[in-house]
Write a protein that binds this ligand. Sequence first.
Ligand code: GLY
Length: 253
Amino acid sequence: MFTKAIVRTPGKSMVNGLTTAGLGQPNYDLALAQHAAYIETLKQCGLEVIVLPPDEKYPDSVFVEDVALLTETCAIITNPGAPSRKGEVAGIKEILEKYYGDIHEIRDPGTVEAGDIMMVGSHFFIGLSERTNMNGAFQTISILKQNFLTGSTVKLKNVLHLKTGVSYLEQNNLVACGEFLSKPDFEDFNMLKIDDDEAYSANCIWVNNKVIVPKGYPKAKQTIEQAGYSTIVVDVSEFRKLDGGLSCLSLRF
Ligand code: GLY
């Protein structure tokens, strides 16, 4: 169970965030409203939400999940692979020092964005992507080992981050689409398959027995509900325009 989440209010500069989506620029006012609704949903799931102020220097800094990996015992500050995102780590380190005594950092030449890391109990799957390299993954696994946790790497082909295409919902249930449906790494899970036309919804989040799903993906919602979960729908259309999803918008711990 999680008790807290960290989020960062989007800055106006978010409209210049990195993107491959081809969906146009986000509407800033709508993004702010969606972000506020997202925070309310996390609260509804029982979390205390720590809201960081906008950081205009970094257009993608609303996607706080990428800059830290939080476990029960330690925090790992990542080293984003996207050059424009590297400076985001300073702002997150400061806040994590309030909650963690054991904080590690990924160093060059290693790069990691924690959107590439999926926690399954005490094991962490690490996607090797354009943002997370092998050196960064090995540094992460070494830190996890020191904390009696384990990690393994998963090669990615078609997605930005690992959790763009796969989400763990506890109880051995994995929501997955595309390349993740056939990866040997995940063959022991109960697969909740997401169709290609709803691929964006593969990024959903389990929070204390509820599953937050993005608005507009009815088949995925039904699949998740049929697996026994109650869902909460949140509209994140403006973050989708920046290749961002529900998980990237918070650090849950
Ligand atoms: N726009 C989010 C990212 O590319 O990291």
